[in-house]
Each structure stands twice: as structure tokens, then as C-alpha cells.
Design a protein. Structure first.
Length: 622
């Protein structure tokens, strides 16, 4: 592109073309191959032989195999990922379109065995393998089903976990308790991938496991009732929890993993494969299918509200009028999806009314702070006409501030340190919903730029204090929901400046300096997904559009004139807008560090448009 103006116009035209008739943007929410593998395994296990879909998913999986036989979560993930390779291998065998003698599957088997076999797969992979008869359930239940009966005042109870954690734990506890497994005449035999002598040991994550069990057991003993009665009650409560969280499309909280697990948990409780709840759940999962490069991909969830709120906001930032049909349709879509029902969030936040927004297209009870502020940004220019929606949204966001001063994603004060002692792999990502720098920074950015609140306001003051306390020694901030330190640092710099923290503040200056020092020679920025596992910034070694835009937007906000770093960054963005390579498909979001990464197909347009628009307005408008 020759200029920022041309770049901005080019992106806006693409977004116009890609808008759906309902006003949303349904860009793929791409999460690797696990959901594709699990879909094949689910359909074959339930003997639902949708051959076109199974064959398409198998083609997608095999097309992503590395030369050494492995599959990866992201481009620079060493030699490969054991769990992903086990899942892909199993799915390809179960599809019936590949067999163990295929040289590609032989290479996959070799990689799996060289890296410890099935015993080295993740806990979630082992659960899926156990459900389908390929791995032995442990004799103990990692989390006893009676946990769901523990009262709210105890340090550990079901509602101390995040809502995302509960959605997966409820069916897992049923399945583990029932030691449920389901095989068919076509089930592959994966016993030749087993290298652990003691399967029990391969499930245990924590040395403190027994003390946690005794703690939970003590809590259960204090419940009134005979053990068998309590056991039946707990199973019934877990089933009730699942059924009460089914969305209109049949999915459990609109997530693939929880719906997949719920289907098998209901079967474990005696439901028939033909039960309407199970059939509708399968239809719900199928409705989240999308197409990428001519092949099907099973999305973990849809990202329509998230995409649409961000696009509605950035296109208006770029100068598109609120009266433009693009914005009118987008905002109408968003306003129709404001929540009116109470969700689990009310347990820790009992004084607020509903008013937030969720992430996916079909989402009525699972709002989150990030989506809510994103939607409010998009509708901010039409507030006089939508004052009630605006006020309800702002009220809900304020009510979600944690006691420590930061903001979480889904639930208030759901951050007990006791989860560190539970035998749940990736528990810090799955089970807790703490204050994070990215959420807190963006919430402050919203309040500062769209409600004119400053750091003198009590809630803002607490948020600023939390952020300053959690800055890393190198000047960066860790972003929980993106990759990773560039993401967090961008969110915080723009948030602090929006609430009148001066750019001369030592924390802001240190963060700016950090961003400047990690800029690549070509003018861009790039960070590896390895950052979240190593808990430290790991350079990608090459630049990406999205991460460059984040870094640039932060620097633009923090400076009065375009520095050489900013000019080089803008030059990189403009020259790279149309590029297509592995960096444009590299994940920029994460759900679970080391296990679950997200390639948002919308980000390559959203964030470059934001950075270019801010640059043009601040430095080229005169």
C-alpha cells in the first residue's frame, strides 16, 4: 500500500464484502485439529456415519502433518505435540480412510512412542481415550463427584472453579465416577501406543493429591445423608447442572469440549443415543462447522459477537459513519444479543442485573467482560437511542471488578489458590478466572475513552493500582487471552493512558522502552506461543501483522510525534497487509497455555486497521 489512507480503505472494503446478511462477521475461530479429531471419534463412536464430513475432516488432519509424522499446535512448537499427534492418529484410524500400515501413520506412531506413548498425552486426551475404551480410567476419581454438593462457604467447592472449568468438570466427574467407556466394532486398537506400566501413575499430576482428597472427603463427611444417598444426589446435581446450561442450539454453554463430554456423560447416565437432547447437542456442534481452504473445520465455538463488536468499533474509529449500513447492521446484531438472563456469574456477583454480552453467536447466559466492553465501544456513538442497553452494560462491567482491583473474564473473585493442589493439568487456565492485565487494561481503556472516567474514580484507581503492581521486571505485562506479552503490554499502555496516567509515568516509559527493544529489523514485531508456557517473552523470530499492530498502537498512544520505531512499524504494516504465509495463520489467541491456541481470522484486518487509523488521526490529520 502506498499510504495509510489506501491501507485503511483497502481493509474497510474487505470488511464490507465479508459482512454476513445478519450484520455479523463469522470469520473462523480456528483452534487447531483437536476438535476435528474429536468430531470423527464422536461420530464413529455413536455410529453416525456422515461420510462427507468424516472424509473432509480426515483430509484436513492429514494435510497438517509434519514430515516427522507429528502434528503441532503452532509453527515453532519443537518437533511436535504428543497429545495432538495421538488425537490425529486415532481419528485417522477411526475414520476408516487410513490404516496402521500407511507410511504417514507409521511415522506418527513412531513419534508417539519416541515421546512416551499414550501416558504422555494430556489429561483431556486421556479422558477422551478412556471414554472410547482406549485407556484405563484410574481406580480413584481425580475429583470425587460429591464435590458438587459442597456448600459455597467451604474453601473448595464447585463454584470456586471458573465457569469454563465447571462446564468441563461436571461431565468429566460423571464419566470418571461411572468409569464409562463406549466402543464399536470399528474401534481401532491403540494398545500398541501404551508404554507406561502403571496407568494410574500417568494420571497423577500433584504430590499433594492425597491431602486434597482428604480435604474434600472431610467436607463430604459433614454433609447430611448416607454415602450412597449423597452419591446419587451428586450425580443428579451434575446432570442438572449440564441440562440447565444447554443453549438454544443444543450445545452445553456453546463450547465444543463441554458438549462432547456432556453427550457421553448422558450416555453414562443411561440416556439412549437417540435421545432428543443428545441428537440436538450433535446438531449444535455440527452447526459450528466452518470451511477453511476448502476443507471443513469444527470450531470450538463461534466468534461472531467478538468479531462484530471489534469490527464495528474499529471501522468507526477509521471514519465509517454510525449511520453507514455496515455499522447500523452490526450494531443491530449486537444489541439483539445483550443478555437478559442470569448466568453463573450471579453467584459471586449477586447485586448486579444481567447486561453483558457473550462471545459466540448463540450465547445467552455466559457473558464476559471483554466482549461487553467491546460491544459498548461499537454502540457508543448511538447511545442516546440505546441508553438502557448502554447503562445495563456499564453497570454489569463495574459490578464484575474483583476485590483485588483487576477485572476477570467471566466470573468475579474466582481465583482460589487451592486449585494449584488439585490433580488437574493446566488447572491455572481451566479452573481459575483471575484478574488479568489484558482484561483490566482494556476495561480501563473503555472507561477512560468512552465514559470520561479518570484515575480519580475509585474503581479506576483500584484498577490502575492492580496493573502497576503486576508489571513484569522488564516493563511488559502478561496477557492471558492473547499471545502474550506484546498483547498484555498493548492493553495496559492504552488503558493507563486513557484514564489520565501520563505517558511520562515510569511504568509507561519502561513498557514503551521494552516494546522498542523487541522490534524486529523489518520494523515489525512477533512473539511465540511458547511465551505462555515459559512465563517469559519468547521472540517468534519473524514479524506478524497482528502483533505489529498491537505494539504500534501502544507506541502511537504513548508518544506525541512519530518516532523512527513507529515509522518503521507503519511501513511494515502497509507492505504486509496482503501477505499470506504461516505468520498470518499463526495463533494470536490462547485459551489454555501449552494446549489450546486460537487463530482469529479477523485479527489481520481488525488490529492493523486500528493502528493505521490511530496513526493517521494523530500524526497525519493536519
Amino acid at each position: 500500500m502506498d499510504s495509510t489512507k489506501n491501507g485503511i480503505e483497502w481493509i474497510i472494503e474487505i470488511l464490507r464484502k465479508d459482512q454476513s446478511p445478519d450484520g455479523s462477521w463469522n470469520y473462523p475461530f480456528e483452534t487447531g485439529l483437536s476438535t476435528d479429531s474429536y468430531m470423527i471419534i464422536l461420530l464413529r463412536t455413536l455410529e453416525l456415519n456422515d461420510e462427507d464430513l468424516i472424509q473432509g475432516l480426515a483430509s484436513r488432519i492429514i494435510s497438517r502433518q509434519e514430515k516427522n509424522g507429528a502434528w503441532k499446535l503452532y509453527y515453532d512448537e519443537g518437533d511436535g505435540n504428543v497429545s495432538s499427534t495421538v488425537e490425529a492418529y486415532y481419528a485417522l484410524l477411526y475414520s476408516g480412510y487410513y490404516n496402521k500400515e500407511d507410511k504417514r501413520l507409521r511415522a506418527a506412531k513412531k513419534f508417539i512412542l519416541a515421546n512416551g506413548g499414550l501416558g504422555e498425552a494430556s489429561m483431556f486426551t486421556k479422558i477422551m481415550l478412556s471414554i472410547t475404551g482406549q485407556y484405563k480410567w484410574p481406580s480413584y476419581s481425580p475429583l470425587p463427584i460429591e464435590l458438587i454438593l459442597l456448600p459455597l462457604h467451604l474453601p473448595i467447592n464447585f463454584y470456586k472453579f471458573s465457569v469454563f472449568g465447571r462446564a468441563n468438570l461436571a461431565p468429566i466427574m460423571i464419566l470418571s465416577e461411572k468409569k464409562f467407556k463406549m466402543q464399536t466394532a470399528k474401534s481401532p486398537d491403540l494398545s500398541d501406543l501404551q508404554t507406561h506400566r502403571d496407568v494410574e501413575d500417568s494420571w497423577v499430576r500433584s504430590a499433594e493429591l492425597r491431602s486434597v482428597f482428604s480435604f474434600i472427603e472431610d467436607g463430604v463427611k459433614n454433609l447430611l445423608g448416607l454415602p450412597e444417598q449423597l452419591h446419587i444426589m451428586a450425580l443428579e446435581r451434575a446432570k442438572k447442572y449440564m441440562l440447565e446450561h444447554i443453549e438454544v442450539d443444543g450445545t452445553f454453554s456453546s463450547y465444543f469440549s463441554s458438549t462432547f463430554l456432556m453427550i457421553f456423560a448422558l450416555l453414562a447416565l443411561g440416556y439412549k443415543k437417540s435421545d432428543p437432547i443428545i441428537l440436538k447437542a450433535i446438531d449444535g456442534i455440527l452447526s459450528m462447522k466452518c470451511e477453511i481452504n476448502g476443507l471443513p473445520h469444527m470450531q470450538y465455538t463461534t466468534a461472531n459477537v467478538w468479531n462484530t463488536s471489534l469490527i464495528g468499533f474499529v471501522t468507526q474509529t477509521a471514519g465509517v459513519s454510525p449511520e453507514d449500513p455496515l455499522i447500523v447492521k452490526a450494531n443491530r446484531y449486537l444489541l439483539e444479543r445483550q443478555h437478559h438472563k442470569f448466568g453463573d456469574w450471579v453467584i459471586h456477583n449477586p447485586t448486579s442485573l444481567p447486561g453483558g454480552w457473550g462471545f459466540s453467536d448463540v450465547n445467552t447466559i455466559l457473558p464476559d467482560v471483554d466482549d461487553t466492553t467491546a460491544v459498548l465501544r461499537s454502540i457508543s456513538r448511538v447511545v442516546p437511542n440505546e441508553l438502557q442497553a448502554w447503562d445495563r452494560g456499564i453497570s454489569w462491567v463495574f459490578s464484575m471488578q474483583n476485590e483485588d482491583g483487576g477485572w476477570p473474564a467471566f466470573e468475579k473473585n474466582a481465583d482460589t489458590k487451592l486449585i494449584d493442589f488439585l490433580p488437574i493439568e493446566k488447572g491455572e487456565f481451566l479452573l481459575s478466572d483471575p484478574s488479568t492485565a489484558d482484561l483490566t487494561g482494556r476495561t480501563l481503556e473503555f472507561f477512560g475513552n468512552y465514559t470520561n472516567l479518570t484515575r480519580n474514580h475509585e474503581s479506576i484507581k483500584k484498577g490502575v493500582k492492580w496493573l502497576l503492581k503486576h508489571q513484569e521486571k522488564d516493563g511488559s505485562w502478561y496477557g492471558r487471552w492473547g499471545i502474550c506479552y506484546i498483547y498484555g503490554t498493548w492493553s495496559v499502555i492504552t488503558g493507563l493512558l486513557a484514564v489520565s496516567v501520563p505517558s511520562s509515568h515510569p511504568s509507561v516509559q519502561q513498557a514503551v522502552k521494552w516494546l522498542q527493544t523487541i522490534q524486529n529489523e523489518d520494523g515489525g514485531w512477533g512473539e511465540s506461543c511458547q511465551s505462555d508456557s515459559k512465563k517469559a517473552y519468547v521472540p517468534l523470530g519473524t514479524s506478524t501483522l497482528t502483533q505489529t499492530a498491537w505494539a504500534l498502537d501502544a507506541l502511537i498512544a504513548a508518544t506525541d510525534k512519530p518516532t523512527s520505531e513507529i515509522r518503521k512499524g507503519i511501513s511494515y504494516l502497509l507492505s504486509s497487509l496482503q501477505k499470506e504465509d504461516w505468520t498470518t495463520a499463526y495463533p494470536k489467541g490462547q485459551g489454555m497455555g501449552g494446549a489450546f491456541y486460537i487463530h482469529y481470522h479477523s485479527y489481520r484486518y481488525i488490529f492493523p486497521l486500528l493502528a493505521l487509523s490511530h496513526y493517521r488521526r494523530k500524526f497525519e490529520s493536519s
